[in-house]
Design a binder for this molecule. Structure first.
Ligand code: HSE
Length: 309
């Protein structure tokens, strides 16, 4: 096998009360990374297309190749690789763009070199790529992208990733208003410490969300999707936050929250028809504040990364 091309999905992290510990994968959008064997021992980025024209070609600075280099180094493998990256979502979108490239990179190399490494091993290296691009350690996008489905990070040290089942009829509407929010900036504005009241409220809602997903209790999911840690601070970074949220709720969304560190926002509903109506309303609300947006309607993506032609 001389060449492997991988699609890795966008992810919605935090999911309301699960700041840094929850996420789910989308069917679309997602990034594509193609890796082929070349002469010598250099890792080279040949081309970056799509939304990532500003991304670095330096393999140590680009999230896709940094994660590949971390993987090869850990196994002491010296091989020449040519990498082509197709970004299908914006940088700073809140949809786990860097995580998707990072995961696609290590997943492709695992297949190309027939390494047969388990996902738990790939995770470490994909995380190294993510740290390079965002400068922070948060695994909610990377782990979710790699494992697919709905993911809970029960612990960071040691990493303990749990896949959570969810109702089959859950549809997600995402809108991506066309502004950029840098994750590290959106983390700087958060309080370093939380009060006991906040810790209790957050734990209650996070537990409620997981219980609601596992039992298929839509009302419990809806009322649990509240964040007391990040969203109250970050809402002001998104000029259309209130309008989009209200539009989603009025149109029957189960709730409406920021995706990752924003500006994308998402909501759940229980039919595709509802999801489409909610998408139009959210987009219109964003436009009312002068922001064009792109919308995506998707079920939760169970598979994570896949090899494509
Ligand atoms: N959990 C991270 C944050 C996700 O909210 O900062 C960033 O996409």
């Amino acid at each position: 096998m001389k060449r492997v091309r991988v699609f890795a999905p966008a992810t919605v992290s935090n999911v309301g009360p699960g700041f840094d510990i929850m996420g789910f994968a989308l069917e679309k959008p997602g990034d594509e990374v193609e890796v082929s064997i070349s002469r010598g021992t250099k890792i080279r980025i040949r081309k970056i297309t799509g939304e990532g024209k500003r991304l670095p070609y330096d393999p140590l600075k680009n999230t896709a190749t940094a994660s590949i280099i971390s993987l090869l180094k850990s196994l002491d493998i010296k091989v020449g690789l040519d990498v082509v990256i197709k970004k299908n979502m914006g940088i700073g979108s809140g949809l786990g763009s860097s995580a998707a490239s990072s995961v696609a990179g290590v997943f492709a190399v695992n297949k190309l070199l027939n390494l047969k490494l388990p996902k738990s091993e790939l995770l470490k290296h994909a995380l190294n790529g993510e740290i390079i691009s965002s400068g922070t350690l948060h695994a909610d996008n990377v782990a979710t992208c790699l494992f697919g489905g709905f993911v809970l990070i029960r612990s960071y040290d040691p990493l303990d990733i749990i896949k959570i089942d969810y109702p089959k009829n859950l549809f997600c509407t995402v809108i991506y208003p066309q502004i950029e929010i840098k994750t590290n900036e959106a983390r700087k504005i958060l309080d370093k410490k939380v009060t006991r009241e906040v810790a209790i409220s957050q734990a209650g809602n996070a537990s409620g969300l997981i219980a609601g997903l596992l039992t298929g209790d839509v009302d419990l999911i809806s009322r649990s999707m509240k964040d007391f840690i990040a969203e109250p601070k970050r809402a002001k970074l998104i000029p259309c936050y209130n309008e989009v949220r209200i539009a989603a709720l009025v149109n029957g969304a189960m709730n409406c929250n920021i995706s990752g560190s924003g500006p994308s926002m998402f909501s759940f509903s229980t039919s595709e028809r509802d999801a489409k109506r909610i998408a139009s309303a959210m987009k219109e609300a964003s436009l009312s504040k002068g922001l064009k947006s792109v919308s995506y309607i998707s079920k939760i993506n169970r598979r994570g990364p896949v090899v494509i032609k």
